[in-house]
Write a protein that binds this ligand. Sequence first.
Ligand code: BTN
Length: 243
Amino acid sequence: FLFDYQVESTSTNETVKTLFKTTLHRPILATTEKQTQGRGRRGRVWHSPYAQNCYLSLGYRFNAALSELSGLSLVVGLAFAEALSELNFPVELKWPNDLYLNGKKLGGILVELEGTFDAPCDVIIGVGLNVNMPLNDDGTEQIDQAWTSLSQYKGEVVDRTHLLLIIIPKLESFLAIFEQQGFTKFAQLWPQYDRYIDQAVNIISAEKVITGIAQGINEQGELLLQTEQGLLNISGGEISLRP
Ligand code: BTN
C-alpha cells in the first residue's frame, strides 16, 4: 500500500483521485482525521468531525473491465462486516452498501471510478465508519436518518488504529479473492449479514418506486425482489432501499 494520512482533507476519495494522477503506485490507502467535504451517496453530505471516526479510501486497480466488477461494494461491506463481527460488533448490511448496527446506520460505502470502463480499471472505494461519534456531536442533527457508532454500542471509546489493523487486511484479502475468483463466495456469505431478507421493501430510483419482498441476492450481487409482477433482479447504482 501507498499510505496517505492527513490531519484534514476535503474527502479521502479526492485524495486518492489526486494520487492516482501523480503516482503509478497501486493500491493506495488514504485516511484522514477530518473531512471538510465528506460525501455520501446520492449527493449527500457525510458528517466527518475531527478525530472520532474512520474515513478511508482505497485506490485499487483491477485487471478487469468495470462490467466485471458488479458486486464490488458488497464485497467491501462484507469485509467490514466480517472484521467487525470478529470484534463482537454484530453488524448487518443493507444492500447495496450500508452498514448497520442495532438497526441504525453505522457506516457507508461510496465507490467511484477513475478513468475508463475497460481493463485495467482504477476504482476508489471510500468508506466512512462511525467509531466514537457521540450522539450530541455538533452537526449530527443534520444526519437524515437514525445512526449509531461503535462506542455508543459498546459504551466505551474504541481504538481506531486497532480497528484498522483488523479491517484493512480483511479488505485486502477479500478484494484479492474477488479479483481472482469472482463474486460466488461472497454471494454465499451475504445472507449471514443481510438486514432485509424476507422483508417488505421499496426500491427507489429516479424514475419509480418498486415494492416487494427482498429475497437476498443472486450470483452477480443483484437484489432479488419478489413483486406482484414476479421475481425481479435489481442492479445497484443510484437507487436506494427503504423499509
Ligand atoms: C453513504 O452511505 O452515503 C456513503 C458514505 C461514504 C463516506 C466515505 S468517508 C471516506 C470517503 N470520502 C468521502 O467523501 N466519502 C467516503
